[in-house]
Ligand binder design. Structure first.
Ligand SMILES: NC(=O)c1ccc[n+]([C@@H]2O[C@H](COP(=O)([O-])OP(=O)(O)OC[C@H]3O[C@@H](n4cnc5c(N)ncnc54)[C@H](O)[C@@H]3O)[C@@H](O)[C@H]2O)c1
Length: 348
């Protein structure tokens, strides 16, 4: 495993103790000089369960107890999307650096307020887009920036996955506009959308469609969009949580001199002569990023790199790799699809 040791001690507090928080807590345990000293979840039993493995001194059903504690250096927020803004704002106002789960927020104006407040208070705001730390994405970035693909012409995101009715009905927050802020696009597909804007650039104009085709939910289980990037390239996306015959998530980028495809941590490169090279970093590093059918299947490799980067950003007083501004780009694409709604072209 990669060396994971911080140059000085940092103390983390965690808000939300659900499935993603469990992965993040497991990641913290692999980093030397990082401890999880406080944890809150409105379901106190969930908080107690994670705290037990970490010797956390604060275990509460009120997130304010974590933010108010003086020993906490930074707060990790892993709660339903619709609460990201409120809890981040509280933590920042109480002097804590924040690492918030994806998406940064459900509304653009909320995300902008979070970014602005962090800047004014000289605090770090990181967003948990751990996929940027996959070797496949980092290698793709080098290839594109080094001109290996030539002029970038077209990109496509495809996340045709399946989540069953229980996934929505039992969670209490998924499937709702107020707490999930969308469905297949804002939740399952936002990682490859984030990778796409990281690799190709900002989107300029977009036409999108969304529907709840199969599930009894307020939000999308089916979306499609066509768009143009600021640099002139074209893009398309398709997402779903309604297709039982699921394929792996894919981001494909075509240039004038070659193309790449990213599936989690597997990179496929096509050169100008049509030769194909598949680099399976997932096999090398213990598994994929997420699963077409099972939301609990995750590799923690990128989680570790993401956490090290965020902690080092605090220690070195620099921006984290995925700061608020970087994370806003994918939210803009998501919101534009919902706002377009098959009726209008959106300028982002
Ligand atoms: N980065 C990733 O790959 C990844 C993977 C899965 C989930 N996530 C994100 O993590 C976040 C949480 O998702 P999850 O799958 O863990 O959901 P979850 O439902 O398993 O957990 C959410 C937890 O938040 C708690 N909670 C709700 N309201 C609260 C409040 N006001 N104060 C304190 N706790 C509260 C709930 O009791 C629950 O334990 C979401 O933003 C989701 O998109 C990220």
């Amino acid at each position: 495993m990669e060396s994971r040791k911080l140059a000085r001690n940092l103390k983390a507090g965690m808000i939300g103790a659900g499935s993603s928080a469990t992965n993040i807590a497991a990641t913290i345990a692999t980093i030397e000089n990082l401890s999880l000293v406080a944890i809150a979840d409105k379901n106190i039993d969930a908080a107690k369960k994670i705290a037990a493995g970490h010797d956390s001194k604060i275990v509460s059903d009120d997130y304010k107890d974590v933010c108010d504690d003086e020993s906490v250096d930074f707060v990790i927020i892993s709660v339903p999307h619709g609460l990201h803004h409120e809890i981040t704002m509280y933590a920042l106002k109480h002097g804590k650096h924040v690492l918030v789960e994806k998406p940064i927020a459900t509304k653009i104006e909320d995300a902008e307020e979070m970014i602005d407040t962090a800047r004014k208070k000289n605090l770090k705001l990181g967003v948990h887009f751990q996929c940027r730390f996959f070797d496949a994405v980092q290698e793709a970035k080098k290839l594109i920036d080094g001109g290996k693909l030539g002029k970038i012409l077209q990109a496509n995101v495809s996340v045709m996955w399946y989540r069953d009715d229980d996934y929505y009905q039992k969670s209490g927050w998924r499937g709702t506009w107020v707490l999930e802020g969308g469905g297949s696009l804002i939740n399952q597909a936002i990682h490859p959308v984030d990778e796409m804007v990281h690799l190709v650039g900002s989107v300029k104009t977009l036409f999108g469609l969304w529907d709840h085709a199969i599930h009894d939910i307020e939000v999308d289980d089916l979306t499609a969009a066509a768009f143009q990037f600021e640099n002139g390239a074209f893009g398309t996306l398709q997402t779903s949580t309604a297709t039982k015959a699921a394929f792996p998530a894919k981001l494909t980028i075509f240039g004038s001199e070659g193309a790449i495809q990213i599936d989690g941590n597997i990179l496929t490169i096509h050169d100008a002569d049509g030769k194909e090279k598949v680099i399976d970093y997932a096999a090398k590093h213990g598994g994929q990023v997420g699963s077409a059918k099972d939301p609990s299947k995750f590799s923690l490799l990128a989680h570790g790199r993401m956490m090290m980067d965020f902690c080092n950003a605090i220690i070195e007083d620099r921006e984290p790799v995925v700061n608020g501004e970087a994370a806003l780009e994918s939210l803009k694409v998501v919101r534009a699809v919902y706002e377009s709604n098959g009726e209008k072209i959106i300028t982002l």
